[in-house]
Structure formats: structure tokens, C-alpha cells
Design a protein around this ligand. Structure first.
Ligand code: SF4
Length: 89
């Protein structure tokens, strides 16, 4: 059997085979009201933490099942790990 093993340590945007899902996720992110959005430096810091987190599973959080790229963009979102791996707003 041939084929590449899926990368568990990637965000959806980094997985070409998940392009449609990533595009749908971006559409969902675009629907977050401006007042509920995290500022970009904070969202990017959160995603950097997710990228190095042992719980990241193909763009989802292994602790809560959310799509981390969506979660990181929401101002009031929290990291479910204990202690949390990224900051609130
Ligand atoms: S535990 Fe926190 S840092 Fe790790 S993948 Fe989930 S949301 Fe991201």
C-alpha cells in the first residue's frame, strides 16, 4: 500500500488534501462578528501555540474537538488544556 501519512501536526491551511474544508472554515471564520474577533497578533500567537501542541490533530484540538483556526479567531475563546497553552484577550 502506498500513500503519504497525514500530518497530524498541521493546521488545515497547511494540508492540500483538506483545501475544501479549509475554505469552508475560512468562510465560517469570516462570519465571526468584528466585535467578537481576536486581534490578529493574538490569533496568530494562539495558532503558533496550537502548532506546537501535542493535542493538535489535523487542524482540530484533541481535547475539545474544535477547529483550532476558528477557535483562535474568537476573542473570548479559551484553550481547553490545563494550564491553557494560549492567552485569552
Ligand atoms: S489544547 Fe489548546 S493549544 Fe492545544 S490544540 Fe487545543 S486549543 Fe490548541
Amino acid at each position: 500500500m502506498t500513500g503519504t501519512k497525514p500530518c497530524l501536526k498541521c493546521l488545515l491551511r497547511d494540508l492540500p488534501e483538506e483545501a475544501t474544508l479549509a475554505a469552508n472554515l475560512q468562510e465560517l471564520i469570516s462570519q465571526i462578528p468584528e466585535e467578537d474577533r481576536a486581534l490578529q497578533p493574538l490569533a496568530q500567537e494562539r495558532l503558533a501555540a496550537c502548532r506546537s501542541c501535542p493535542w493538535l490533530r489535523r487542524g482540530t484540538c484533541g481535547l475539545c474537538g474544535c477547529f483550532v483556526e476558528h477557535r483562535a479567531e474568537k476573542k473570548k475563546a479559551t484553550c481547553p488544556d490545563s494550564p491553557p497553552r494560549w492567552k485569552n484577550d
